[in-house]
Design a binder for this molecule. Structure first.
Ligand code: HEC
Ligand code: HEC
Ligand code: HEC
Ligand code: HEC
Ligand code: HEC
Ligand code: HEC
Length: 494
């Protein structure tokens, strides 16, 4: 074999050559970009995606091509030239070959080191709010906007959506790849479906910041409602919500957070996709005693119960909208009128605001223009007051309604409360009985105590003993029998 001419290297083939070019490009570009990013942090999500996802993909693609080329070349040689020695490829006594091997090892190690640093930064980048909220801008706009206006605006998407640890990271990234695909090919559904089924258990997300065992007693809540009449007549209700708390060994669980106290387990079966209809509830107490409550109206058969998915109640079963809150026009207008962003002195502003906000619009741009037109027509004299009212109502629209994604208060019912969605009344409607005939309470005082109510914006006196609810409009005690959301849908009841 000695006298044979030197064999070409296995990497000397077109496929491997292409691979080398790609890999070199990826390596040099990637290194440069990572260094730049370390110095001046990229704000633009696309630069980040390019650096930490596209460039590494090119690099790995290149390396893969080199390998494929070598393997193909080897097979070719085996077939064509049986003389070709397949092993050993490298002769360590040959100084030149040894030097090449050393170079390859050093470069590989260097590459791995850089990949680790890059990978770490990539991990952080895909965790960032920019990545989650802005990359797929149109798709995530509703959730991102709502998040930015919520109590969790600084929490970070991943604190609730991924949580710590590698397993959920991998899961969410696989899921994320699918999301990137569906965004690129316009395959996502509008709106994005909720409930989110692969959300990490609340114990590993909400619990990293909140500790419900610590809640004690009641939280005060005051709301002013403005009627859709000439004067935008205000009506105020002040109440104490018995948030209570989970037991902590010293005292037993009580109040609203009783459901998720360590000592109790509340499980339920929902028969619809959005978990709004709950005919079956089971409570297991600290001693393991179980009590089942069934809806009188909608009894499930034993077979239906054994085949259904039984869900254990956690934070999300009430706080399903802790951060992506899309308020109804009624609530958003009431809040703006209360805070003074919208001047309640402008006649009929509530009614006109409702009309402007509830029109059928295809795009946000169209909606904002229509709001301008409707209000300019309603107040032909104009003036700075009207201008600022128009701006406030446009802002309400932009923060709560997203026609492109078909998102509004209607698509994502909030389970807290019971005014415009069934919420607590999914179970607490006085119709779920156990075997002894005891019901899950609908007693107004079991969750909150009204301490003041009546016309006007200012509360002059409070009654800590609690007041029976007075419905702001005379509806003949109807509210005692019907569910509030039978009439209230987020716009004034006409
Ligand atoms: C405080 C916790 C929290 C934070 C922070 C948070 N989310 Fe969510 N998100 C949730 C919960 C809970 C749901 C599930 C709602 C359900 O299942 O009904 C959800 C649902 C979603 C959905 C599904 C559609 C919907 O509205 O239900 C998307 C998309 C989403 N979040 C994106 C984001 C993005 C993007 C960010 C960061 C800008 C973010 N989330 C931050 C808790 C959070
Ligand atoms: C990264 C920490 C963090 C995580 C994770 C988190 N929260 Fe919060 N949450 C906060 C902070 C901080 C506040 C208080 C904000 C304020 O008062 O301005 C808050 C406020 C709240 C409030 C009161 C809101 C209000 O209107 O006053 C609720 C309810 C809540 N969180 C529920 C949840 C739920 C449910 C989850 C899990 C899906 C969750 N949080 C996850 C940090 C977090
Ligand atoms: C049975 C329904 C329910 C469950 C389950 C539930 N909450 Fe609440 N939570 C409420 C209600 C109702 C309030 C009162 C405030 C409101 O209306 O937003 C509240 C208030 C809060 C507040 C604000 C406390 C305050 O003093 O203002 C935080 C924070 C909170 N919950 C976190 C959690 C966390 C974390 C979990 C899960 C461990 C959880 N909640 C489970 C219904 C629930
Ligand atoms: C999945 C069904 C379900 C939902 C939804 C639900 N609850 Fe409950 N709740 C129960 C059951 C079951 C009990 C225990 C009834 C009993 O033992 O008499 C209970 C008990 C309570 C209690 C009394 C706790 C104590 O001190 O003993 C309060 C207060 C309460 N719920 C508030 C709420 C509020 C507020 C909401 C809505 C944010 C809500 N619940 C939603 C099932 C539910
Ligand atoms: C199972 C617990 C529970 C029961 C029973 C209950 N409520 Fe409530 N209610 C709540 C919670 C929780 C809120 C707070 C919702 C929020 O934070 O937006 C609320 C809010 C309200 C509000 C303010 C509505 C809004 O959205 O602005 C009124 C009014 C009210 N309740 C009246 C009643 C009356 C009347 C009854 C009896 C028929 C009753 N509630 C029974 C839990 C309950
Ligand atoms: C039979 C239909 C009906 C039922 C059921 C009903 N309401 Fe009303 N409600 C009305 C009407 C009509 C008005 C006056 C018009 C308006 O302002 O929307 C009103 C007004 C209100 C208002 C004042 C301002 C506002 O937001 O418009 C509150 C608060 C209210 N209702 C709470 C409740 C609560 C809480 C329940 C359930 C316990 C309930 N209502 C059940 C018909 C109903």
């Amino acid at each position: 074999m000695r006298d044979q001419p030197r064999k070409r290297k296995l990497t000397h083939n077109l496929t491997s050559l292409c691979g080398m070019v790609l890999a070199a490009f990826g390596f040099i570009t990637g290194t440069a970009l990572i260094i730049i990013d370390a110095q001046t942090h990229f704000d633009n999500p696309y630069t980040g995606i390019f650096t930490y996802m596209v460039v590494p993909a090119i690099l790995f693609g290149g390396l893969l091509l080199i390998l494929v080329g070598v393997l193909m070349e080897r097979r070719r040689r085996k077939r064509g030239d049986s003389q070709e020695p397949s092993l050993p490829i490298i002769n360590l006594n040959d100084k030149k070959q040894f030097a090449s091997l050393l170079t390859i090892i050093v470069v590989t190690l260097l590459f791995i080191a850089i990949s680790v640093v890059g990978g770490y930064r990539a991990f952080h980048f895909t965790e960032s709010v920019e990545f989650c909220g802005k990359t797929c801008h149109d798709v995530m706009k509703p959730e991102y906007t709502a998040y930015k206006n919520s109590p969790h605006a600084n929490a970070g998407c991943t604190k609730c959506h991924i949580g710590p640890g590698a397993d959920f990271y991998a899961k969410s990234k696989l899921n994320g790849l699918y999301q990137v695909y569906s965004t690129m090919f316009n395959k996502y559904s509008r709106p994005i479906p909720a409930p989110v089924h692969n959300l990490r258990p609340a114990k590993e997300t909400c619990y990293t910041c909140h500790w419900p065992e610590k809640f004690i007693g009641a939280t005060e809540m005051t709301r002013t409602y403005f009627r859709a009449d000439e004067e935008n007549s205000p009506w105020t209700i002040q109440m104490l919500l018995s948030v209570g708390g989970g037991g902590n060994g010293h005292r037993s669980a009580k109040g609203i957070h009783w459901h998720i106290a360590g000592e109790n387990t509340v499980e339920y079966i929902a028969i619809d996709e959005k978990r709004l209809e709950i005919p079956w509830v089971r409570v297991t107490d600290a001693d393991g005693k179980q009590t089942v409550y069934q809806s009188e109206e909608n009894q499930l058969t034993t077979e239906e119960i054994t085949t259904a998915e039984i869900r254990t109640m956690d934070c999300i079963d009430c706080h399903n909208r802790p951060t992506h809150q899309f308020h109804s026009p009624e609530r958003a207008l009431n809040e703006a009128l209360t805070s003074g962003q919208l001047n309640p002195g402008i006649p009929k502003i509530k009614l006109n605001g409702i009309e402007a906000l509830t029109g059928k619009y295809e795009t946000e741009g169209e909606a904002l223009e229509a709001i301008q037109e409707i209000l300019a027509k309603a107040y032909p004299d104009g003036g700075p007051e009207v201008e600022s009212a128009i701006a406030a109502i446009q802002r309400i629209y932009s923060q709560n309604i997203f026609p492109e994604m078909k998102v509004s208060w209607k698509q994502y019912p909030d389970h807290i409360g019971h005014m415009i969605t069934p919420g607590c009344f999914r179970c607490h409607n006085g119709e779920h009985q156990n075997e002894q005939g005891m019901v899950i309470s609908r007693d107004c005082d079991s969750c909150h105590t009204i301490i003041a109510q009546g016309p006007g914006r200012d509360i002059t006196s409070i009654n800590t003993g609690g007041l029976p609810f007075k419905h702001p409009e005379d509806i003949d005690e109807e509210w005692k029998e019907s569910r509030c959301d039978d009439c209230h849908e987020g716009v004034p009841v006409m």
